[in-house]
Design a protein around this ligand. Structure first.
Ligand SMILES: Cc1cc2nc3c(=O)[nH]c(=O)nc-3n(C[C@H](O)[C@H](O)[C@H](O)COP(=O)(O)OP(=O)(O)OC[C@H]3O[C@@H](n4cnc5c(N)ncnc54)[C@H](O)[C@@H]3O)c2cc1C
Length: 473
């Protein structure tokens, strides 16, 4: 029998909300009581939708990977599955070697399957292509136990393909550097495909390809805040509180937890699920689990910003005929990438305007942090003048700063997680879930949330079932 369990969820981003949702909708006789505490004035964390040129545009995540079963299930249950929309199939460009060059199709996280299109597009020189082709004959090279993405791929593909294709794609998702990110943790699909293989190119060609069942990445007309709104509505049975920062967590003599809020009030919980960024989790666990706290504090974060710029169509000379462009770090530009929102998503098409979502900031490039909003817009506009022939200054802009936003799965990430997991076994009832651990995107957060909710429910079931006196008490 399940006595009513009180679960406190710390943080109201996608991880907190998706975990709360799974707890409330679990197939159990007696669902737990859930209190969700969010420090900020609104729920959603990194999910945020703004209005630019009258269009609802996402300033945080704007695309959701629907390949993962937990994501499909959630969309189904929230009634959103038939409302998602894939991007234009036109593909993107890479802005490199002085021009926008079509990104070749059919690549896995930037690892190319065909080499010739790289030459036709001008992405690499003939010499760069020859060097990439050498992958077929180059001998195997011993890799460290936890190789970086660069150690896994640069030697095989050569500098040009690596710097101009793989690095911007792989590093782009994490805003990280391929020579610091762990291949095993940041790109597990690529790592498991290539581990033990010799030729990258031949392995890519021989890999089993599942037939595509719709687009892998989707957006929601109206913005990702619709996912948020649907989750919040489905969590009506929870006590969802904003403006409630958790300042400390202590264990009482009965093994329950006292969760203290910034207004001094204290909640007693059987389970506490921490979904804040890892650096905040480190502070909250400093006394309870110092070893876990140290490992959490060593998960690095990168500062990024998204800037929306709206131009009249006739102010942009180049036709925005694809979905946008990525910029390789090696080109040293301010821009990390751009989505041409009004071309990329059908629901954002506009008769007279284009809206561009520019991303700046990555590991090793913190220039934007020292800039005012106006300076940032001006630096981006200057690059857009070169890239797409933007003429006059944009007529509408929106700047969203995301300091310390992107967790980095650098070398040693799996070891850090193992340290954290083992330290947490000493404090049953404390759980960690979120972008810092096993999946940096929304889909990773949703999948982890489902697993965390199951662990919380199982723990309570086993404590009640394992204790023969529980029903007699
Ligand atoms: C610019 C940008 C673009 C992105 N694009 C994509 C994309 O297109 N697709 C994709 O899948 N992913 C994308 N991501 C990643 C995605 O947004 C994140 O993985 C995800 O939103 C993280 O959710 P979370 O709930 O784990 O963390 P968060 O959203 O950071 O939520 C954590 C919450 O905890 C709260 N909190 C912190 N401290 C406390 C405290 N002491 N007490 C109570 N609450 C606290 C915070 O206020 C916050 O609301 C993007 C991220 C950024 C920054």
């Amino acid at each position: 029998m399940r006595s009513t369990q009180h679960v406190v969820v710390v943080g109201g981003g996608i991880s907190g909300l998706a975990t709360a949702y799974r707890l409330l909708h679990a197939a159990v006789d007696d669902a737990p009581r859930v209190t969700l505490l969010e420090a900020g004035p609104r729920l959603g964390g990194k999910i945020a939708t703004a209005t630019v040129a009258g269009l609802p545009v996402d300033t945080g995540p704007d695309s959701l990977l629907v390949r993962m079963p937990a994501v499909r299930t959630l969309l189904d249950e929230l009634g959103l599955a038939d409302q998602v929309e894939g991007p234009s199939p036109a593909g993107a460009y890479v802005w490199t070697r002085g021009a926008l060059r079509p990104l070749p199709p059919a690549s896995l996280f930037g690892v190319p399957e065909k080499l010739l299109p790289l030459l036709t597009s001008g992405l690499v020189t003939p010499l760069g292509l020859l060097r990439a082709g050498a992958d077929i004959v180059l001998p195997r090279r011993e890799l460290p136990a936890d190789p970086t993405i660069a150690e896994l791929l640069r030697y095989r593909l050569g500098d040009q393909v690596f710097d101009r294709l793989v690095d911007p794609m792989l590093g782009g998702v994490h805003a990280g550097r391929a020579d610091r990110l762990s291949a095993r943790s940041a790109v597990p699909e690529v790592m498991s495909l290539l581990e033990g293989a010799r030729s990258v190119y031949l392995t890519m060609r021989r890999r089993e390809k599942k037939p595509a069942n719709g687009p892998a990445l989707v957006s929601l007309p109206g913005g990702m805040s619709r996912l948020l709104d649907a989750l919040v509505a489905a969590c009506a049975d929870a006590d969802l509180r904003t403006g409630s920062a958790v300042t400390s967590i202590r264990r009482d003599d009965d093994g329950r937890y006292d969760v203290t809020l910034d207004d001094g009030s204290v909640l007693s919980a059987d389970d506490v699920i921490i979904t804040t960024p890892a650096y905040t989790a480190a502070t909250l666990l400093a006394d309870l689990a110092p070893t876990a706290a140290l490992a959490l504090a060593s998960i690095e974060y990168v500062d990024v910003a998204t800037v929306m710029l709206s131009y009249r169509k006739d102010q942009v000379r180049r036709s925005l005929d694809r979905t946008g462009f990525l910029v390789p770090p090696v080109d040293g530009r301010f821009l990390v990438g751009c989505s041409w929102l009004t071309s990329k998503w059908g629901h954002l098409a506009h008769d007279t305007r284009v809206v561009i979502r520019a991303m700046v900031g990555r590991d090793g490039d913190r220039r934007w942090l020292a800039m005012t909003d106006d300076e940032m817009v001006s630096a981006i506009h200057t690059e857009l003048v070169s890239a797409i022939g933007a003429a006059d200054a944009p007529s509408e802009v929106h700047v969203q700063r995301w300091p310390a936003a992107m967790p980095q799965y650098t070398v040693g990430h799996a070891d850090r997680l193992a340290t954290i997991d083992s330290a947490l076994t000493a404090i049953p009832g404390i759980h960690l879930t979120g972008a810092a651990y096993r999946g940096v995107g929304l889909a990773g957060c949703i999948s982890q949330a489902a697993r965390t909710a199951t662990a919380v429910l199982d723990r309570h079931d086993s404590t009640t079932h394992d204790d023969p006196f529980v029903t007699a008490r």
